[in-house]
Design a protein around this ligand. Structure first.
Ligand code: ADP
Length: 701
């Protein structure tokens, strides 16, 4: 049988038949036990995995220390790829008139007269008739039947030559710099940094246009951190280029995934907008990779194969030998340092488009404020809300806490409610008066009696969540239209989209939201942003806590005053002198990045050193901690490498599993993965303890 590298094949493996990929051409000479080899059963009729996809998967496996097979399985991601898709039948009007005209038949024909062919179900729904009416018309040859492969999607080509907006001088030179990287047709990475509202999207659209123009097969990948942003970008792209790009995200159905996968493999999809997993699509002609909001923590994948999507995007570009563009108003420190040392190029937009000014930022010192019980808004913030309401403008209150209150406490004994097998607090949700865990699906009605001391009616919500805040605001401003946006109040991308529309159309006056509302959106009437608890992200042992807080708050602040009306931002904090607050008030991002870099350089933390976490978990605490100690004892004694721990994780018990962690810190010159591999090989595995390696960890909970 002749096969090519990349082809999908069926092979016998033990008693079963499995799907595999021809990974490479075998140049290693004859196999050791040729009599044990079994023949490939058949080649699957699908486009193969291109060379650069395979090399990428190899690399991700090596880097993340995950088995190649797991990475490959994740990369394919869709078992539906190997299922035969059933043909669907579409109906169009054949031009003839029905023998007897009825109102129902007339409606069907009217719809088909002006629209594309449709399935019977679709058509029946649109015309409000039964499917019998449609099959009846087809039997009379009034309608024509066509077969369609559902794994085929029509993707009209984007039109790169439609003119975009007239760019400002700054925007023009930024666009030219990006277009030049595309013209070089070689790997490079460029950071496009610009304040929120400076036109970064318009500018990178020019690079996309250049790539589309240069080569009529060129494929372009645009990564976005969230589905809501995918939809927004699809609309903007369509306005500009006259065609919708291919969308790729976790909520696509099996058939849609297969269709998308095939469209990419066959080079029919020219532009793909997607979540980090789009990196694994089988691009045949990748010519440009863009990572929007490159600093966003959502790029880090924390389960199965652990990887940082932004870093892998740069790697993907280098394997395809094409440029990568990282886009942000608040770049990650990693990217900033790469610009400083010349590894990345740096293009900057300094001003907001159309003369809009950056908002004025001030802190509200919460020390010494006396607020009524259950109230969380300072008089200054209430006053700002009132002024904004009087001006007929919109306000946004930001609090990154879903639910009504982050904890429930017994007033009699001080007990904080949590599950027996978990150390995460239970969160109060007012809707249905329930307690929920935010780390698993657990949910229970609020108990009357304290599980610890038995006192009745003594359990009270503790601290603010967005729902509680909305209650406070509604009480203060009964005639303002107040609404909450959080991932549990608006669930699907469509719901997020329609909520965003309500804000844009000024159907709401005060929005209380979590980080869901902070990104990328443009609200002309929003002029005041109140940050209710700016200190929230600074606690905990997360090495990026300061950086992340700065990025997040600056993004939220950036929602204010994006058009002609100037914006204003109030930050409630107990630490007004903290460097993060100072940087926000003074608008001095560069100073913040420098001091943050100094601190990390000194401690040899990333990006100046390497870091990896070994996370151990299991149901028996004694076994987990013993295994952690065995690992610590076997730790490599290597110059430039140190091992911290083991310690129980901050949430020492989640979903019934105990968790311990070791941190490995090394100088940049150390090849971490081989060292970790040798180390782990020295300590015999225990089936009751799971060990996960997280290279460059982001989450420290
Ligand atoms: P960013 O991505 O930097 O936040 P956007 O690209 O979203 O900025 O631009 C902000 C708003 O300004 C968008 O509505 C965009 O269409 C508009 N805009 C930016 N540059 C121009 C321009 N040169 N002409 C017209 N509108 C522009």
């Amino acid at each position: 049988m002749t096969v090519q590298p990349g082809q999908f094949v069926q092979v016998p493996l033990g008693p079963r038949v499995r799907i595999g990929v021809i990974w490479d051409s075998g140049n290693e000479g004859p196999p050791p036990n040729p009599e044990k080899l079994k023949p490939i059963q058949q080649v699957i009729d699908l486009p193969g995995l291109p060379e650069s996809s395979r090399r990428f998967i190899d690399w991700v496996a090596r880097y993340s220390m995950a088995p190649l097979g797991s990475v490959l399985r994740m990369a394919i991601g869709t078992p539906s790829l190997f299922k035969q898709s059933r043909m669907s039948v579409l109906y169009s009007w054949a031009g003839a008139q029905p023998a007897r005209e009825t109102a129902a038949r007339k409606r069907v024909l009217e719809i088909l007269e002006s629209g594309p062919p449709r399935t019977a179900v679709d058509l029946a729904e649109a015309a409000a008739v039964s499917t019998g009416v449609i099959t009846g018309l087809a039997d009379q040859n009034v309608l024509e039947r066509h077969e369609r492969d559902p794994s085929h999607i029509d993707l009209p080509a984007p039109e790169p030559d439609t003119p975009g907006p007239t760019l400002s001088g700054d925007q023009k030179s930024a666009a030219l710099a990006l277009v030049n990287t595309v013209r070089e047709q070689a790997y490079s990475t460029t950071l496009l940094e610009g304040v929120t509202g400076s036109g970064k999207t318009e500018v990178y659209f020019e690079a996309i246009a250049a790539a589309l123009r240069a080569d009529d097969k060129a494929q372009i990948l645009v990564l976005v951190p969230e589905i809501a942003l995918t939809n927004q970008l699809l609309d903007r792209f369509e306005d500009r280029f006259g065609a919708r790009p291919l969308a790729w995200h976790s909520t696509l159905s099996g058939t849609a995934r297969k269709a998308a996968w095939l469209a990419v493999a066959r080079s029919r999809a020219r532009v793909v907008v997607g979540a980090r997993s789009a990196l694994f699509l089988p691009f045949a002609d990748l010519k440009l990779v863009i990572v929007d909001e490159e600093h966003d923590p959502a790029y880090k994948q924390e389960d199965q194969v652990i990887y940082q999507g932004r870093d892998m995007a740069v790697l993907r570009a280098s394997l395809a030998d094409c440029p990568a563009i990282l886009v942000s108003a608040t770049p990650s420190l990693e990217t900033t340092v790469n610009c400083w040392n010349g590894k990345y190029r740096h293009v900057t937009l300094r001003e907001r488009h159309g003369g809009a000014t950056l908002p004025e930022v001030e802190t509200v010192d919460m020390r010494g404020q006396v607020l009524d019980r259950g109230h969380f808004l300072s008089p200054a913030l209430v006053e700002a809300l009132r002024e904004t309401a009087d001006a007929g403008e919109q306000s946004l209150l930001f609090l990154n806490r879903r639910g009504y209150a982050p904890a429930a406490i017994c007033k009699a004994c001080g007990h904080r409610l949590q599950r027996d097998n978990c150390s995460a607090p239970l969160v109060v949700h007012r809707f249905g008066n329930r307690l929920k865990c935010h780390y698993c699906d657990y949910s229970t009605p609020m108990p009357r009696a304290c599980p610890s001391c038995g006192a009745e009616d003594k359990i009270v919500p503790y601290g603010p969540g967005v729902e509680r805040l909305a209650e406070e605001v509604s009480g203060l401003f009964p005639d303002q239209r107040v609404a909450v946006i959080a991932s549990d109040t608006v669930k699907s991308p469509q719901e997020v989209q329609s909520f965003i529309k309500r804000i844009e159309n000024h159907e709401l006056d005060i929005i209380v939201g979590t980080q869901l509302v902070t990104k990328g959106h443009h609200f002309p009437m929003l002029t005041m942003v109140g940050i209710v608890d700016a200190d929230l992200g600074l606690s905990g042992g997360d090495l990026r806590a300061g950086e992340r807080t700065y990025q997040q708050l600056w993004q939220v602040a950036g929602r204010a005053g994006r058009e002609s009306r100037p914006g204003r931002v109030l930050i409630q904090t107990y630490m007004p002198e903290h460097p993060v607050m100072q940087a926000l008030v003074g608008g001095d991002g560069p100073a913040f990045y420098r001091s943050e870099a100094d601190a990390r350089r000194e401690g040899l933390w990333p990006p100046f050193g390497k870091l990896a976490a070994l996370i151990l978990s299991g149901r028996d605490e004694a076994q987990v901690s013993a295994h952690a100690r065995r690992l610590a004892q076997a730790a490599p004694a290597l110059r430039g490498l140190s091992v911290l721990g083991p310690t129980p994780a901050p949430f020492a018990r989640l979903r019934g599993r105990y968790r311990y962690r070791l941190l490995v810190r090394a100088e940049r010159g150390v090849s971490l993965q081989p060292v970790l591999k040798d180390w782990l090989a020295q300590v015999p595995e225990k089936s009751s303890v799971r060990v996960t390696v997280d290279i460059d960890p982001y989450s420290f909970l």
